[in-house]
Ligand binder design. Structure first.
Ligand SMILES: Nc1ncnc2c1ncn2[C@@H]1O[C@H](COP(=O)(O)OP(=O)(O)OP(=O)(O)O)[C@@H](O)[C@H]1O
Ligand SMILES: O=P(O)(O)O[C@H]1[C@H](OP(=O)(O)O)[C@@H](OP(=O)(O)O)[C@@H](O)[C@@H](O)[C@@H]1OP(=O)(O)O
Ligand SMILES: [Mg+2]
Ligand SMILES: [Mg+2]
Length: 388
């Protein structure tokens, strides 16, 4: 067993619904088979009594959201955060600030806008943020900013059962039926297909899902349609809203290049390991609209999820161990450099060091090299680490 795997403890904190949907027991079994200890974290008990942890996996979106208005949840989140900051070697999947960002559609839509590239292969449909009042008050802004009917209205809060309640608005009158805080976004004709991209560390998986049918572009006299997004874009969704009015060719999935660009952009903006982005291939142009980002989504339709997650964890554990070893080496090296007289006796002490004879030998190299520190860090150290 490699040293970075030995005695490692993986903690997790997921609600019952999430555990059940993911069949998380399967992940626990896989981890235990590879020699990890797996601990379900009980938030009602102090974390220090349940640790130590090398990795913590969580979906604490409920609690993070509640911490904005509930003092007990606020305290729980603070304690959790203090614990992971105190034990800074813990790998937290995923860090709270980026998760918090995705609980707010205003924030996630801004992120999606930043993804837009020069050749506009990826775009974010134009939108207006409605912070107060009804949609009617946004009518002028909607016109100014070039939004086109139909509009899709989404709650500002992006997590929790009510966050999936949406409306399709076909005219200015319909705007009076929606109220703040919400986001009004131009509808993109998707040919009733959505592509969910599920990300796990450096891997991603594209899954085809149902989506809303096409609607003619421009204002019309139609009545607003209120719906729940769970009824249109789950694998089992079966709704009149996802039935196309006329037969059409199946849309071509977004190219690997486009998917990779979207994933890379979001990964570097957010620093998350576990997230999903929803893409629609626009019927008229073939361009790819990024319409939603989710922290730790369901991964339904990704049979490799558990193995990808464990591989990602192992990659992180291994690089953490390498970084820790590098820090020790650099510290030992600088101590050695600071020693006033490095005589033969001291050198032979290094040679006699049963713990790291290779360290002693390698430490001699920079002594005669003028640009020791950077030479050591960038040339000698990586070579030493790869040997050991
Ligand atoms: N701008 C848009 N144009 C066309 N269809 C859209 C647009 N935005 C959303 N949709 C449709 O509405 C559904 C729900 O939208 P969205 O993904 O933003 O909601 P959600 O509730 O956050 O979803 P999830 O369950 O993935 O978190 C999408 O799956 C897609 O079918
Ligand atoms: O469990 P499910 O499969 O429905 O997963 C959904 C997940 O619910 P969870 O709360 O159970 O994690 C949702 O999270 P919240 O909006 O609640 O934050 C969101 O991420 C959806 O995008 C996921 O659906 P998917 O994109 O994978 O279809
Ligand atoms: Mg979505
Ligand atoms: Mg979402």
């Amino acid at each position: 067993m490699p040293s970075w795997r030995k005695g490692k403890r993986i903690g997790y904190c997921l609600n019952d619904k999430k555990k059940k949907k993911l069949n998380f027991q399967g992940f626990e079994d896989l981890c235990r088979k590879r020699g990890y200890e797996v601990i379900e974290i009980d938030l009602a008990k102090p974390l220090c009594e349940q640790g130590p942890f090398d990795v913590i996996i969580h979906k604490l979106s409920d609690l993070i959201l509640e911490s904005g208005y509930d003092s007990q949840s606020h305290q729980l989140i603070r304690d959790f955060q203090t614990y992971v900051e105190t034990y800074s070697s813990i790998i937290l999947l995923d860090p709270f600030p980026a998760v918090r960002l995705l609980l707010d559609r205003f924030e996630s839509c801004r992120l999606l806008q930043d993804l837009q590239d020069q050749d506009s292969c990826i775009f974010s449909p134009p939108y207006v943020e409605l912070s107060s009042g009804t949609g009617r008050e946004a009518a002028a802004r909607i016109r100014e900013q070039g939004l086109t009917f139909p509009l899709i209205c989404k709650t500002r809060v992006a997590h929790g059962p009510s966050s999936h309640e949406m409306a399709l608005i076909f005219n200015e009158e319909g705007l009076g039926e929606v109220s703040a805080p919400c986001l009004l976004q131009s509808f993109v004709n998707p040919d009733a297909v959505l592509f969910k991209v599920f990300v796990v560390g450096s891997s991603h998986f594209v899954v085809r899902r149902p989506s809303l049918k096409n609607f003619p572009r421009g204002e019309s006299a139609r009545k607003s349609i209120f719906f729940n997004s769970d009824s249109v874009s789950k694998p089992e969704s079966c709704s009149r809203l996802t039935e196309l009015d006329e037969a059409t060719l199946e849309p071509t999935p977004p190219s690997d290049n486009v998917v990779c660009r979207a994933v890379r952009g979001l990964r570097s903006a957010l620093g998350l390991s576990l997230f999903g982005v929803d893409l629609i291939v626009e019927k008229q142009t073939g361009r790819c609209a990024a319409i939603d980002v989710n922290a730790f989504p369901g991964y339904e339709g990704v049979p490799e999820f558990f193995s990808a997650l464990l591989n990602h964890i192992e990659t992180l554990l291994e690089s953490h161990e390498q970084a820790a070893r590098a820090r020790v080496l650099v510290a030992e090296y600088s101590l050695h450099q600071r020693a006033p007289h490095v005589d033969t006796a001291q050198e032979s002490t290094h040679d006699a060091d049963p713990r790291a004879p290779w360290l002693a030998n390698s430490l001699e190299t920079p002594k005669s090299a003028p640009a020791e520190s950077s030479f050591f860090t960038f040339a000698v150290l990586p070579a030493m680490l790869s040997r050991h």
